[in-house]
Design a protein. Structure first.
Ligand SMILES: [Zn+2]
Length: 539
């Protein structure tokens, strides 16, 4: 018995059976009904979404004995021949392997002869963007003076590669990716028909992995069915295709939130030990945070199985939108850099630790005495270390004088004379970001989301509601000041400020140097914690 792959066995044979492309079938059906059928069609869209199937169905609609009709019979000789790719009047050409001008000449010669037993001679050229320039030119001639009863259907995943002279002569139809839900329904339909027992979550994973392509989904189904088990489970799909289980990400993110670095790294090591690809793992993590973000803005992400939504939703209040954007930026950045590292695992470890430690903001007042007493204890016992692993309490209370001013006069003299105003800064802000985006994408991202609050004495004072953004920008304060100075050609000091809520009063935070002058103890604590002042309150 020959085994027919599902994609062929269940190939749609009429317009109604085509999934998720109603916007196209409706238009084509109307065109057929009103007898306004174009000379040339251009079908564009991702792979495996039904372009070639649509081309065949359209061919049948035109060449069926009852045609042109919106409901080809699928029984007449013409229909059957098209189904079997065996029609003398419907010629399928693969653009990838027929790219030469000779191939197009051959088509042009053939065009001289009328269709043999159908109304139309139809050329379906798949991956048409692969044709050579000469071939396009030859094709163009044909399109300019179309022979009677000839139709062209071009299909491509990359329409931007087609010359405008060709696209302008075609009626264009853009095919969509197929939603996971629709793919899931189709897989269930087929597995029912085939008496295949498969878990819901397994079907979902196949549909998700197919990434919008029904053809890919069905070929994944072919593969998983071939393991030949009475019941196909979620784990079978995970194992067969090397997919990292969402539960791993649940745990991992929980550990990031809890700053549980030990378990975090253990999670990572077990994922890698199971043979998962490290880049795939990072991609999965990016997607996970992206899904939290989607949930946070109030949309249920279709990429998450309904059983997993509640777990994901638990984390959405742990992050602000800006935090999530920042985390995603870090991970995307890491994914890019990963290729360059000879020890990718080490690199991913540090990236995860970075995420886990992002919100290491400490209530200094409560720690102050602890550290000082620990320090005393340390001096006595020498070996003991103060426990600094306290986490996330966002207030920092301090008794600093708020105004730390007065650059030395020498410095003032050094500064360029030109002054800048808010308007000028805002006007060129976008250009400034563009100029640094390649070298510091994460900071550029923050700068594009920051509010430029005011400019006074060439201090550019910017506010952000994200503590992470603040932390990162404050770390690069000097560097950014220099970059701004170069860019605006005026001495500029960059001053980031954290503004938690609209109501919060904020005072820009001093540098470690400043603090040292006024309160060496606090400076010491900040250094130990690698921390920064978030807010000061006068007592
Ligand atoms: Zn027919």
């Amino acid at each position: 018995m020959t085994y027919l792959v599902f994609a062929r066995k269940y190939r749609p044979q009429n317009f109604k059976q085509l999934i998720a492309q109603n916007h196209i079938t409706d238009t084509l059906e109307n065109a057929i009904k009103s007898d306004r059928i174009a000379q040339a069609f251009l079908f564009t869209g991702p792979r495996g979404v039904g372009k070639t199937s649509m081309a065949r169905i359209l061919s049948k609609a035109l060449n069926c004995k009852d045609g042109p009709t919106t409901q080809p019979c699928n029984e007449c000789e013409n229909c059957l021949e098209i189904t079997n790719s065996d029609s003398a009047d419907v010629i399928e050409i693969d653009g990838a392997s027929n790219t030469g001008v000779d191939d197009v000449r051959r088509i042009q010669n053939e065009l001289l002869y009328p269709p043999q037993k159908s109304q139309f001679k139809i050329y379906i050229i798949d991956e048409v963007h692969m044709l050579s320039k000469n071939a396009f030119n030859a094709l163009l001639k044909t399109l300019e003076e179309p022979p009677k009863n000839v139709k062209f259907i071009f299909a491509t995943t990359e329409p931007h590669k087609l010359p405008a002279t060709i696209t302008s002569r075609c009626q264009r139809y853009d095919f969509h990716r197929i939603p996971i839900k629709k793919i899931t329904q189709r897989i269930k339909y087929i597995t029912d028909k085939e008496n295949i027992t498969i878990e819901d979550q397994a079907v979902f994973l196949l549909a998700k992995k197919a990434d919008g392509s029904l053809r890919d989904a069905l070929s994944l189904l072919d593969q998983i069915v071939s393991i030949d088990k009475a019941k196909i489970t979620k784990n079978d799909v995970l194992d067969t295709f090397g997919i990292v289980d969402i539960n791993i990400y649940h745990t991992l993110v929980k550990n990031i939130i809890n700053n549980d670095n030990k378990n975090l790294l253990e999670n990572l090591h077990s994922v890698i030990a199971e043979g998962n690809d490290i880049t795939e793992f990072i991609l999965g993590l990016i997607e996970y945070f992206r899904n939290i973000l989607i949930l946070k803005v109030g949309i249920i992400p279709e990429e998450v199985h309904e059983d997993d939504i509640s777990e994901l939703a638990k984390y959405k209040d742990e992050f602000t939108e800006e935090d999530l954007l920042y985390v995603i930026t870090i991970l995307i950045d890491a994914k890019e850099k990963l290729k360059k590292y000879s020890q990718p695992l080490l690199f991913v470890e540090t990236t995860l630790l970075k995420l886990s430690n992002l919100d290491k903001l400490v209530d200094i007042e409560s720690l102050e005495s602890e550290i000082i007493s620990a320090d005393i204890a340390e001096k006595k016992t020498k070996n003991s270390k103060p426990n600094l692993k306290k986490k996330s309490k966002v207030e920092v209370k301090k008794k600093l004088e708020p105004e730390i001013e007065a650059e030395s006069e020498e410095e003032e003299e050094e500064a360029e004379k030109r002054s800048v105003d808010l308007e000028e800064i805002k006007l060129k802000w976008g250009d400034f970001i563009d100029s640094i985006i390649d070298d510091m994408p994460v900071r550029a991202n923050y700068l594009s989301n920051i509010i430029i609050a005011k400019v006074q004495k060439n201090q550019v004072i910017c506010t952000t509601k994200s503590k992470l953004a603040y932390q990162q920008l404050n770390e690069s304060r000097e560097q950014l000041s220099n970059l701004l100075t170069d860019f605006y050609e005026a001495k500029i000091e960059f001053v980031p400020e954290f503004k938690k809520t609209e109501e919060d009063k904020f005072i820009h935070s001093p540098t470690l140097q400043d603090i040292k002058k006024h309160s060496p103890e606090v400076a010491e604590i900040m250094k130990k914690l690698d921390g920064f002042i978030l807010r000061q309150e006068k007592k």
